[in-house]
Design a protein around this ligand. Sequence first.
Ligand code: NAI
Length: 336
Amino acid sequence: MSTLGIAVIGAGKMGADHARRIGRTVGGARVVAVADPDGDRAKEVAAGLEGAGAHTDAAAALAAPGVEAVLIASPGPAHEEAIGLALARGLPVLCEKPLTPDPAGALRVLEAEQRLGRRLVQVGFMRRHDAEYEELKGLLDAGGIGRPLFLHCRHRNAASPSFFTSDMLISDSVVHEVDAARWLLGQEVTAVSVFSPAPSAAAPEGLRDPRFVLLETSGGALVDVEIFVNCGFGYEVRCEAVGEGGSAEIGGGTAMAVRSAGRRSEAIAQDFTVRFADAYDRQLRRWVAAAAQGGVAGPDAWDGYAAAAVCEAGLKAAHTGVRTAVELVERPALYR
Ligand code: NAI
């Protein structure tokens, strides 16, 4: 059976996790090259994968024999350059979110794809591949709770990594809700407001955590997001949709409930790689199948651009305290 040769760019937490999944749980693909400027990391990840070579730069990895598709899991500011290298070779790409840190970079990706005349870039908004999100999307599309009025979203991490900044609560975390809301509702986000209550005592010095973000959409719905990255108790992503004819909620936890010593308890996932494990696998399987045909199977570069534009407006709203409109360019024909 022929397998798709993949170059993994960035061998940190996500790159290593994706590479392991490709090696173990995703059929029809194999990692043939791993690149990271930290050569030891590249070697460590490649060592666990038969036939994979380690490189310290993306260009060398993409030029390695057998590379047919590219998975980018470097930090956001490095994405655009790696995408450019992949598109120059006509290779399909799965790029971790954010596509680029700002909409200007994302527009350059859209332009490059339009010059090629096809969509080759998929963005790693994995919630679209999560079974609970898919069920909610199916319900909304079928009109099961009528016209959606609200999405109430909660996004909580046990603790933030040391490099996390107040801006990243929006650009790295709420970006997931931005994409999920656009997808669930089939609408664009038109304006963003950001509120910052007194920081939690558990937040590192100077970090505005938690924050509350309000998105307005082109269809007149409101999406509120509580983002709280040092909640202490675990990783939790919930979404309640309220429509004219009912409501539906996902993410409430489906773990085994234990009754013991006069208490009822259930475990809470501590990390996104646990909560969204199936979604990451499904995302990879679908992408591998589509990439083998030279296409994408999920959120594309337009979705990455739209999310970046919303986050840019969100950062402006956070810095100024003023509700900020989202400006999008006209959607090019390739993405309609
Ligand atoms: P990380 O810091 O653990 O790993 C990043 C790796 O990229 C490091 O090993 C670093 O040396 C390497 N790197 C830096 N510059 C590079 C370059 N120019 N070329 C190749 N490699 C380079 O970060 P993490 O958490 O793995 O995040 C990577 C990406 O995944 C980010 O875009 C992040 O936003 C995204 N992410 C997505 C999540 C999801 O649920 N979809 C969850 C967490 C992160």
